[in-house]
Design a protein around this ligand. Structure first.
Ligand code: M6R
Length: 608
């Protein structure tokens, strides 16, 4: 989703602003722009498409200034054209915005009636127009800012320049995050600390309702009532992460191959590898006492939660209520205040997940956050944070965050089972041993299946539709495999519970429809084999992903069989994720799509 950066300092800013935008590229965008103040006048350069286009613009017509704001736009209102690209200028005011101004239509009508001329189709322009109107009405810059914030409704992170003040950036937050970076005689602003990592690691996060006046040497922060407030200054760890592709062609590929290492790291936070026990987790959530667990998340994080549900119910006998956050937040679910709620999010900033968290908080539930970004809003608003420790995930398609989420959920479910007396010491030992051995098996799988996957990907790349089937935890995994394929290759793919096949999707089966069946030789294997028979009987092309025992037992004529090692049921979802991720990746590579930044997608979805 949109990225914002700002610098007010002593050195030229244009190049540094673009560099910082590059560090936000992973969020997804379709146009970009920079605004500065030179000799008392606002100047801007904007371009459709990727940042190289903006860089080319800046090369043709450089901007030499020591203050500036910049933006990558992920279009919501208005096409991704240069005209709609931020910054928006109106009468000496420049605005960049991440979010959606929900009452923009009403404000636009009101402003148009009083003579404002709108030049774009964006919701953002009302912010610039409102500020300009308040200035014309005689308000000072801060008063105009405060008055504008009182009028806009919705989600926003804003950075603003006033032409008549070349030494100040104003900013405001309600929803999407904003981090203020403290430098030496320079101050910075960014959508996250990763964007600011080359400049500073001293960060102050604005909270919802805050607005700020940022000068070269410091920042003044105000609340919605205009009261001066202080927010903590903290040292960010974002700079510690090297964000490059290493020897890989894409971030996604790098992140797939990183999984054995990052999962070990994640597990070491939850497991005592010597005693084969799960370590105690936060005291804030007493798994022994909670009557149920509410889980909410979006996209891949939701599918991780769905697999987690199987584990919490099976190992801890703890009922789980789970839904995608965009539904959860509006369902008015009656929840017991004695229950706990878990929110799963890589970015920790997903708007719907955050809204679900706040709903549960209002109902008095204890809140746990399974997050990657531990400085994020979701992490900060939770009672207990369960970090997934996968390191920055840059590819829009989630891979290592998914398997680390699974590893953490598995550990939490076992811990909950211990606390509730439903997992014995022996069971704990066995489950933990399986988790401990998982990174090595993952590495073996990643090293061995590539040739087969590449072959298969070539065939998939000419298909129009693909069906994924699975039972038990392989059902959410089927949905995740389908999500991965569709988001980066644009091939239509659906994941179904294998048992649902005859209730509809079987009508789709013919010789053109590959059916990817995820079937470890577990409790459900025979039933899944029956479903495969039904596919085979209708001429469907089966791609079976199974283990050694399953391959020996299935006796089915498949188009391809990918054979993985036999593994314990608890780690199967993580191990079976490897071929699914690689299949999506190589298919997209064959098709020549933009693997790391697929069309229309954003990494961090900070609007509803
Ligand atoms: O940052 P979050 O984990 O909250 O993001 C949730 C989804 O937007 C995300 O998982 C999305 O579905 C990915 N693109 C899937 O690969």
């Amino acid at each position: 989703m949109c990225g914002i950066v700002g610098i007010v300092g002593q050195q030229p800013v244009s190049e540094r602003l673009v560099d910082a935008l590059k560090r936000l590229e992973y969020r997804g965008y379709d146009s970009a722009g920079v605004a500065t103040i030179i000799d008392g006048a606002l100047h801007r350069r904007r371009a459709e498409g990727k940042l190289v286009n903006l860089e080319a613009r800046l090369k043709e017509e450089p901007l030499s200034a020591t203050i500036g704001i910049a933006h990558t736009r992920w279009a919501t209102h208005g096409a991704p054209t240069e005209r709609n690209a931020h910054p928006h200028f109106t009468d000496g005011v420049a605005v960049v915005h991440n979010g959606i101004i929900e009452n923009f239509a009403e404000l636009k009508d009101e402003l148009s009636e009083s003579g404002a001329e709108f030049r774009t189709e964006t919701d953002t322009e009302v912010v610039a127009q409102l500020l300009a109107r308040f200035r014309r009405d005689g308000l000072g810059r801060r008063e105009a800012m405060h008055a504008m914030l009182k009028r806009v409704r919705g989600a926003y992170a804003l950075a603003i320049l006033f032409e008549d003040d070349p030494s100040t950036i104003m900013a405001a937050r309600n929803g999407p995050p904003l981090a203020i970076g403290h430098g030496n005689g320079e101050m910075f602003l960014g959508s996250d600390a990763i964007a600011l990592a080359p400049f500073t690691n001293e960060i102050t996060y604005l909270i919802d309702g805050d607005w700020a006046v940022i000068g070269k040497t410091g920042v003044h922060i105000f609340d919605m009532d205009g009261n001066f407030v202080t927010r903590p200054r903290q040292v960010s760890t974002a700079a510690a992460f090297i964000v490059d592709k290493g020897n890989h062609r894409h971030f996604m590929e790098k992140e797939i191959y990183e999984q054995p290492e990052v999962i070990s790291h994640a597990l070491s936070h939850y497991i005592n590898f010597i005693d084969n026990q799960v370590l105690p987790v936060s005291d804030d959530i007493d798994f022994a006492k909670v009557p149920s667990l509410a889980v909410s998340a979006c996209g891949t994080a939701y599918l991780a939660g769905l697999i987690g549900k199987y584990w919490f119910e099976r190992y801890a006998r703890l009922p789980v209520e789970i839904d995608v956050a965009s539904e959860f937040r509006y369902r008015e679910i009656p929840l017991s205040p004695q229950s706990a709620a878990l929110f799963i999010s890589q970015s920790g900033e997903t708007a719907d997940t955050l809204a679900s968290l706040r709903y549960c908080k209002e109902q008095g539930l204890k809140i746990g956050a399974v997050v990657n970004a531990c400085e994020s809003t979701i992490a900060r608003e939770a009672d207990a944070v369960f970090p997934i420790l996968s390191g920055p995930e840059i590819g829009v398609a989630s891979t290592k965050a998914f398997t680390c989420q699974l590893a953490v959920l598995a550990a939490l479910a076992i811990r909950a089972g211990k606390a509730r007396g439903t997992v014995t010491d022996d069971q704990e030992q066995a489950l933990v041993k399986s988790l401990t051995g998982m990174p090595l098996i993952m590495r073996q799988v990643l090293n061995s299946i590539k040739p087969k996957i590449e072959l298969l990907s070539r065939e998939l790349s000419i298909c129009r539709d693909v069906l994924y089937l699975g039972r038990g935890t392989s059902f959410p995994l089927a949905m995740e495999g389908a999500l991965k394929l569709k988001e980066i290759s644009y091939i239509h793919a659906e994941g179904y519970a294998a048992g649902e096949l005859k209730h509809g999707p079987i009508a789709l089966i013919d010789e053109n429809m590959p059916v990817i069946v995820i079937a470890p030789n577990d409790r459900f294997f025979e039933k899944t084999v029956s479903n495969m028979q039904e596919v085979a009987a209708r001429g469907g092309r089966i791609i079976l992903i199974t283990d050694e025992k399953g391959a020996a037992a299935s006796k089915l004529d498949t188009m391809h069989t990918i054979v993985l090692p036999n593994v314990d049921e608890v780690i199967a979802p993580m191990i079976f994720s490897m071929p699914l991720q690689l299949l999506a990746y190589h298919t997209a590579v064959f098709m020549g799509t933009d693997v790391d930044q697929p069309r229309n997608l954003a990494k961090s979805v900070t609007v509803e």
